[in-house]
Design a binder for this molecule. Structure first.
Ligand SMILES: [Fe+2]
Ligand SMILES: [Fe+2]
Ligand SMILES: [Fe+2]
Length: 320
């Protein structure tokens, strides 16, 4: 099988993983806090790892990772129904990986797909178990049924969905930038930042769902290039833009809990901006002595503050 054909199959697999991630997160957000939601989020994280591995394999074959997705099923049923639907999606993945393993003759890729296939089989079982658990819980809770929250104000829904769209966009953008990064530090920082943005998306979506709103899991245009400097410049620009947006929204909101949440996210974005500026300096430094340094025109003009790399707290410290 030709390299390009293998790449095409792996891109198809990436689209399926992307779909699964979003579908599972959507369900988890709708559930709010709780054990089942945590388990579903953990499965979504497994799918993110699969996405990473597939992108890696594609890059190694000289192909282009895709940030497209197959369309998730956003129709919300009961928790048990959603989980059942996810089990079915896992079955689809299992069948697809089987076909791809059969078709691909590269032993390393086959091993990778077999490993993913095993995960998907385990996920399917997990979803079926969780569906049973959820059905029992629902039965037990049926007696003490609480009131459905009133519809949230339109503007609130708009603000939160704008945040969700932004966060989803940068998750994909930073993941892609990490896929094409040649420098290890750059790769790791981009992955860490993408994980932090996933937390933001989760917090915003849960805040919206718990107020009776519906998270819109769509993203805006992505800046995708193979040039580390261009990528970082775009990342800095988007962090600055969203910092401005969140700051403006803080003035509009009067829900104290929500204000605290947005302020916290905004402060993370300020930190991301600093990290990306630091990384951009590093990448520029590295490009300097060698060839192919895209000529730097007056770096001082672009970057007025002097170069003092921030002492970088680990992203771990940002996690709950
Ligand atoms: Fe997967
Ligand atoms: Fe964010
Ligand atoms: Fe950010």
């Amino acid at each position: 099988m030709k390299k390009e054909e293998i790449v095409e199959l792996l891109r198809k697999d990436m689209r399926g993983e992307h779909q699964a991630i979003i579908q599972y997160l959507y369900h988890a957000y709708a559930m709010g806090e709780g054990e089942i939601a945590c388990e579903v989020e953990a499965i979504a994280r497994d799918e993110m790892r699969h996405l990473d591995w597939l992108a890696d394999a594609i890059m190694e074959l000289g192909g282009e990772p895709t940030m497209e997705r197959d369309e998730p099923d956003f129709s919300l049923g009961t928790v048990a129904e959603n989980l059942q639907k996810n089990a079915e999606l896992e079955q689809v993945a299992v069948e697809q990986y089987r076909v791809h393993i059969e078709a691909i003759d590269d032993p390393k890729i086959r091993r990778l797909l077999a490993r993913i296939l095993h995960d998907e089989l385990a996920h399917k079982e997990q979803f079926l178990d969780l569906a049973k658990e959820a059905a029992e819980e629902a039965e037990a809770a049926a007696e003490g049924e609480g009131a459905v929250p009133a519809a949230p104000p339109e503007r609130l829904v708009e603000i939160l969905n704008q945040g969700i769209r932004h966060e989803y966009t940068v998750i994909l953008q930073y993941l892609y930038h990490s896929f094409v990064a040649e420098d290890k530090e750059l790769f790791e920082e981009l992955q860490n930042t993408a994980i932090n943005e996933m937390q933001h998306m989760g917090w915003l979506a849960e805040a919206l769902a718990s107020r009776g709103g519906k998270p819109e899991m769509s993203h805006t245009e992505l800046f995708l290039s193979h040039d580390a400097q261009e990528n970082l410049q775009a990342d800095i620009a988007v962090e600055q833009e969203v910092t401005r947006d969140y700051t403006e929204q803080l003035g509009e909101l009067d829900d104290e809990k929500l204000k605290k949440l947005i302020a916290r996210i905004r402060d993370h974005e300020i930190y991301h901006d600093a990290v990306f500026k630091y990384l951009l300096e590093e990448v520029r430094e590295e490009a300097k002595p060698g060839e192919e340094a895209p000529q730097e025109e007056e770096p001082q003009a672009e970057e007025p503050e002097e170069k003092s790399p921030p002492t970088i707290p680990t992203v771990g410290s940002l996690k709950e």
